[in-house]
Design a protein around this ligand. Structure first.
Ligand code: GRF
Length: 206
């Protein structure tokens, strides 16, 4: 089998996006593979998902670093040790320092449950969309740069807010979209089909 693009997936919670990526990698035609799953805490479902898929896990505990530069360095080292070339943030609850962006230029991606630049920098993006009364929200996949949730946008999909939606029902629809959009964006990155010019990302061959 030809070598596939090596990913480190960074997680803090249940890891349904990790699962979607792992499922995609089961196809030999998928151009990337997960070489390590890194979490900032122990005992989370995402680690179980990694182990079930036979993927290495590493814990870089925030509690053992408590300082962003040291924490970031440890995360990068863990990724590099396993041969990863890209960091995929999938529900990772820590902000990485600028060293990560310098070491992985345009090779760190994140998924956010809103149409950025709406509702950035919060883990309450779904609740905030409902509280704000917007009629449409959605999903954004973007490159990570120094500014939280402000890196070049790779893909977005809108989701209508229905009468009677609550955070749980809306988040469930958002996650359905996430599980399709993220593996698709990662495949494009792995194949070198994403061209970044300033704030703009062009998809080749789309
Ligand atoms: C996702 O909704 C993602 O948009 C946000 O965190 C959530 C992670 O969910 N950044 P999961 O752990 O992948 O299920």
């Amino acid at each position: 089998m030809p070598t596939r693009y090596p990913l480190a997936v960074l997680v803090s919670g249940s890891g349904t996006n990790l699962q979607a990526i792992l499922d995609a990698t089961e196809s030999p035609a998928y151009p990337a593979e997960v070489v390590v799953v890194i979490s900032d805490r122990d005992g989370i479902l995402a680690q179980e998902r990694a182990r079930s898929a036979g993927v290495a896990t590493e814990v870089v505990a925030w509690s053992e670093h408590r300082e962003r530069t040291l924490f970031t360095k440890a995360v990068c080292e863990a990724a590099v040790t396993h041969g990863a070339e890209t960091l995929v943030l999938a529900g990772f609850m820590r902000i990485l320092g600028s060293e990560a962006v310098e070491r992985f230029p345009h090779r760190i991606v994140n998924i956010h449950p809103s149409l950025l630049p709406a509702f950035p920098g919060t883990i309450r993006a779904v609740d905030e969309a409902l509280e704000h009364g917007v009629k449409v929200t959605g999903v954004t996949v973007h490159f990570v740069n120094e500014a939280v949730d402000q890196g070049p946008i790779i893909s977005q999909e809108a989701i209508a807010i229905e009468p009677g939606d609550d955070a749980a029902s809306l988040h469930a629809r958002i996650q359905q979209v996430e599980h399709r959009l993220y593996p698709e964006a990662i495949a494009a990155l792995a194949e070198g089909r994403l061209v970044v010019r300033g704030n703009h990302v062009d998809w080749r061959g789309r």
